[in-house]
Design a binder for this molecule. Structure first.
Ligand SMILES: [Zn+2]
Ligand SMILES: [Zn+2]
Length: 202
């Protein structure tokens, strides 16, 4: 029998990620969702656009999702969060036929996978300053993307699920988006989390 561990977040480092960032991410997820976090061994995933060092967000999310392994009873449980420090994300918009970006996060709504990149900070800020900024704002990014995993779409209120068009505004002007979900998003996320926690315990 599979061990009934409840809902587990798997952290999938893509390339090298600072231990401190991984620890902080686990703390953020535990604090917000009470979930256990397990760090998987780092993987290398080929960049879709080597000339700019970028990934196709959808393709990368699929590749990360593929790292989720079934339990001994054959059922795939859990949620996987891919995290990279090098590589920006671009997302193909079939409506315009163009790639949008760079994005600093991407998630399947009501799915099991999200990916985040810290590359944007490293591109725009000098290293020392970037490091602190990245760490202090990491929660905003992670909780936004996991909000999508738990079924929340973009929100028009002053809310963590508000869309930020440019990654720069998310970090340099974090006041654009508070660190909390509005009540309606919080309730939606909580309901989804409870359902999935029940399912994970089956
Ligand atoms: Zn979003
Ligand atoms: Zn909201």
């Amino acid at each position: 029998m599979a061990e009934k561990a409840g809902l587990i977040f798997y952290l999938q480092p893509i390339g090298r990620i600072d231990e401190k960032i991984l620890r902080l991410t686990s703390q953020i997820l535990a604090g917000a969702f009470g979930a256990e976090t397990r760090v998987l061994p780092s993987v290398k995933i080929k960049k879709d656009f080597p000339e700019t060092g970028s990934y196709d967000a959808y393709g990368l999310a699929q590749a990360v999702h593929g790292q989720l392994r079934p339990d001994s009873d054959g059922i795939v449980r859990g949620i996987i969060l891919g995290i990279t420090a090098s590589g920006r994300f671009y997302s193909f918009d079939p409506k315009t036929g163009r790639y949008d970006g760079p994005l600093d996060g991407y998630a399947a709504i009501n799915g099991a996978v999200a990916i985040i990149t810290l590359a944007t900070y490293y591109d725009y800020r000098d290293e020392a300053e970037t490091k602190d900024l990245a760490e202090s704002e990491l929660g905003n990014l992670i909780l936004h993307e996991t909000g999508h995993i738990f079924g929340a779409t973009h929100c028009g209120e002053y809310c963590l699920m508000r869309s930020n068009g440019s990654p720069l505004t998310r970090f340099i002007l974090p006041k654009n988006r508070p660190r909390e979900y509005c009540q309606s998003c919080a309730e939606k996320i909580q309901r989804n989390l409870q359902e999935r926690t029940r399912y994970a315990a089956k």
